[in-house]
Design a protein around this ligand. Structure first.
Ligand code: AP5
Length: 221
């Protein structure tokens, strides 16, 4: 096909619903999901050199140094599947420097989605979040409880999901948000993330379908 696949970035405060929406986006559009949080957590649990370096920053709710994360992302983006399926970048860039690294390599998305959720909601979402280490599914004790006793018994809590650490993660997000969105202001789309996950996805689905159609038009001209 002459059509280049979709390239999407999704951003938003901690627990704004990025991971939850990415699962739905991948099902619908078949993009390669690249989550720096997931990649880093995998390095930590395998006890790699990167993981050992990243661990202390993550557990403290601070950003892992740019050079570690940027090397990880660019190596993943250079794999062949991203060229045929397109990509969905989740949790990167998270600082002005990270955004500039991508700009220098001429890596740019077609659309920059920002999930907008009020602070009070974010804290509650983090405190109630649980992860299934087997299926990697994201749950919430109140909003999305596990389907069975078996799943419930194996769920884990993220070490950075305490109220104190969530507040620090949120603060760091706010300090960086403007510098990043200024890089992508021409393609930025803010979406109200304080609704049911189905409602949020309906809007993202419509947006990405439109972006895809526009791309096909430009390619044909
Ligand atoms: P990362 O894993 O990216 O964490 P984050 O940005 O804080 O985002 P979260 O994973 O907390 O939330 P989410 O938006 O995915 O929400 P979710 O869908 O789970 O990063 C972790 C750490 O890694 C960082 O702190 C840093 O140390 C390091 N790191 C990562 N990237 C880095 C980078 N680029 N540079 C440097 N360091 C980096 O949803 C949250 C909860 O809410 C769930 O329980 C879910 O079930 C529930 N929920 C979701 N949607 C809804 C809804 N619509 N209604 C009700 N509940 C909902």
């Amino acid at each position: 096909s002459v059509n280049e696949p979709l390239k999407v970035m999704i951003s938003g405060a901690p627990a704004s619903g990025k991971g939850t929406q990415c699962e739905l986006i991948v099902n619908q559009f078949g993009l390669v999901h690249i989550s720096t949080g997931d990649l880093l957590r995998a390095e930590v649990s395998s006890g790699t050199e990167i993981g050992n370096k990243a661990k202390e920053y993550m557990n403290a709710g601070r950003l892992v140094p740019d050079e570690i994360v940027t090397a990880m992302v660019t190596s993943r983006l250079s794999r062949e599947d991203t060229k045929t399926k397109g990509w969905l970048l989740d949790g990167y860039p998270r600082s002005f420097n990270q955004a500039q690294s991508l700009e220098k390599m001429k890596i740019r998305p077609n659309v920059y989605i920002v999930l907008d959720v009020p602070d009070e909601t974010l804290i509650d979402r983090c405190i109630g979040r649980r992860l299934d280490p087997v299926t990697k599914k994201i749950y919430h004790l109140k909003s999305f409880p596990p389907e069975s006793e078996e799943i419930s018994a194996r769920l884990v809590t993220r070490p950075d999901d305490t109220e104190e650490k969530v507040k620090s993660r949120l603060e760091i997000y706010k300090q960086n948000a403007e510098a990043i969105s200024s890089t992508y202001s021409d393609i930025m789309k803010k979406i109200n993330g304080n609704r049911s996950k189905e409602e949020v996805f309906a809007e993202i689905d419509a947006l990405l379908s439109l972006v895809q159609k526009d791309k096909e038009k430009t390619t044909k001209l």
